[in-house]
Design a protein around this ligand. Structure first.
Ligand code: TEU
Ligand code: CA
Length: 557
């Protein structure tokens, strides 16, 4: 189907349904809660809502373990509620994309319940089963994201099954054509219901090397499975088949989550001529502050590294398309991570928004980012709910790290930072729920909430609204070529976007001190479009005094 690529012009807002708005007092966010907040989202100006998984699930990994792809988890509501959400969202000019989790299912899925019974039944080959090694041990040395080995033994079959994530998340066998057809059918079901696209969970892991080779011993244990499972031998074939069978018939947005995928590989996935995906979530900028324990580290990113990674992706994906994000439900809050807390929180949140939204690609806003939220001080390590965080706490204790250090690391990196309830106002539970929230509310809510942001013309919310409006007004935001300005500067990230008619000049300071910044003479006289301080020159000069975390956008024809 040929159509205008509306997804290039869109801004996506990610909703974590469990933590957005509870409508019935059970402490869990739900679909009616989302419906009640559609006017807020429309006001922000976003175009598309991405909902994290809301399907039937035992919630071992908060819904990324799906037990029935056709059912809505009752804690969120019913299919009727979902249809109402779809219809109302569309009336508010908001599209809806859902999460597609098809690398694995829940172990509670009917297919797995059958598959694990014997080697001869209709579902036997729906999952990845392998015999033990001669000594009974697992088929290879792959570790899983949330546990030790990626293999779990089932006595009834005398075999191991593969799970790259929790053991309750067995990997589907994409080599089996029947599995692929089941998935395509399910995808058509949701498209026929009227959804506008899919965010595709760990999509680059579908095709495994069929000899299941041991990973080299020097790879970090939790992710060493990438060696035999990321960007695997039949990956592109599967996605092209999926396109022919499903996407070709619908005008939808497809974004694949792509851990362990470099920009050259990304070009293959997103080149429109190849008919695979519209765009990917890349991870290179998420890895800039990894340390000894991977993500769970206190390391701070370096601006030079950030510039290098972003530039690479901006310049490489000209034929393909980028997705742009600072955070999501797996990542900490961007102010804490890339900007500042305390007195510069608000300006730094605006600066980060500017940098991201004016690059080329489709920007994704994770709920609460438009309020400049920071990470959350949990009262105790026991209060964390997330399977990954719990596992890391255990492992860090086992290697003898102090409780203070573990607390610090979890504050900086736990996935639960972003999963705490959305702060709507300063009433009980931040206006999220009348009951007891499933996870603690951040103690910051009296100072950081939506009601307050809506009452303050200088809030991050209204700044994001302006950023989104720029995208609608100036086509250069969408189609302009990307180039760096002063590419060696260690405190200021400057870049320009240029098409045949116009040019944007974007200047973002990462310094908490004022910086005296020089610009090439050609930009002099460019007009100010947007800034996160009110006192910036209306027309650009060769030399400019940048306040802490300043963000400035200039324009010329
Ligand atoms: O995440 C996949 C992924 O690559 C994770 O390992 C991610 O790097 C990790 O959460 C970072 O801390 C997706 C989902 O976004 C995540 O929520 C799920 O837990 C995971 O897949 C399994 O479905
Ligand atoms: Ca509820």
């Amino acid at each position: 189907m040929t159509s205008k690529a509306w997804w290039k012009e869109s801004v996506v807002y990610q909703i974590y349904p469990q933590s957005f708005q509870d409508s019935n007092g059970d402490g869990i966010g739900d679909l009616q809660g989302i419906i009640s907040r559609l006017p807020y989202l429309e006001k922000l100006g976003v175009d598309v809502l991405w909902l994290n998984p809301i399907y039937q699930s035992p919630l071992v990994d908060n819904g990324y373990d799906i037990a029935d792809y056709y059912q809505i988890n009752p804690q969120y509501g019913t299919l009727v509620d979902f249809q109402e959400l779809l219809q109302q969202a569309h009336e508010h000019h908001l599209k809806i994309i859902m999460d597609l989790v098809v690398n694995h299912t829940s172990d509670q899925h009917r297919w797995f319940q059958e598959s694990k019974k014997s080697r001869q039944n209709p579902y036997s080959d729906y999952y990845i089963w392998r015999d033990p090694q001669a000594d009974g041990s697992a088929p290879n040395n792959w570790g899983s994201t949330f546990t030790d080995s990626a293999w779990e033994y089932v006595p009834a079959r005398q075999q191991y099954y593969l799970h790259l994530f929790a053991k309750e998340q067995p990997d589907l066998n994409w080599e089996n054509p029947q599995v692929r057809q089941e998935i395509y059918q399910m995808m058509r079901y949701w498209f026929d219901l009227g959804i506008d696209g899919f965010r595709m969970d760990v999509i680059t892991l579908l095709s495994k090397k069929q000899d299941f080779p041991d990973a080299p011993a020097d790879l970090p244990r939790h992710k060493n499975y990438y060696y035999g499972s990321s960007n695997g031998p039949r990956e592109h074939e599967f996605l092209q088949e999926m396109y022919r069978e499903v996407f070709a018939y619908y005008d939808v947005l497809t974004v694949g989550e792509a851990a362990n995928t470099n920009s050259d590989q990304a070009l293959l996935y997103t080149d429109p001529q190849r008919h695979e995906l519209n765009m990917l979530f890349q991870f290179d900028h998420m890895h800039l502050d990894y340390g000894k324990y991977g993500k769970f580290s206190e390391v701070r990113f370096k601006l030079s590294d950030l510039r290098q990674v972003m530039t690479e992706w901006q310049q490489k994906l000209v034929q393909g398309w980028n997705s742009l994000y600072w955070s999501n439900h797996d990542q900490p809050r961007p102010t804490t991570r890339f900007g500042a807390e305390g007195k510069f929180r608000v300006v730094s949140a605006k600066m980060l928004g500017t940098l991201l939204h004016l690059m080329q690609g489709t920007p994704y806003i994770y709920q609460g980012e438009e309020l400049g939220l920071k990470n959350v001080p949990f009262v105790s390590l026991n209060a964390y709910q997330d399977i990954e965080t719990k596992q890391m706490i255990q492992e860090l204790r086992a290697v003898g790290e102090s409780e203070t250090k573990i607390k610090k690391i979890c504050y900086l990196k736990s996935r639960d930072n972003a999963r705490t309830p959305f702060p709507w106002n300063n009433s009980k539970n931040a206006g999220f729920s009348q009951g007891t929230p499933w996870i603690p509310v951040s103690p910051d809510y009296p100072q950081m909430n939506a009601q307050q942001a809506l009452a303050d013309p200088d809030s991050v919310f209204y700044y994001y609204q302006k950023l989104i409006a720029l995208r609608k007004k100036y086509s250069v935001v969408i189609d302009g070529r990307y180039e760096n300005i002063n590419s060696q500067d260690s405190e200021v990230y400057g870049f320009m976007r240029t098409n045949s008619q116009e040019q944007l000049i974007v200047i973002c300071s990462f310094s908490q001190d004022p910086v005296n910044y020089s610009l090439p003479a050609e930009f002099t006289g460019s007009k100010l479009l947007l800034a996160n301080y009110s006192s910036m020159p209306a027309s650009l000069e060769k030399q400019i005094e940048l306040p802490p975390y300043a963000a400035l956008v200039y324009y010329r024809k």
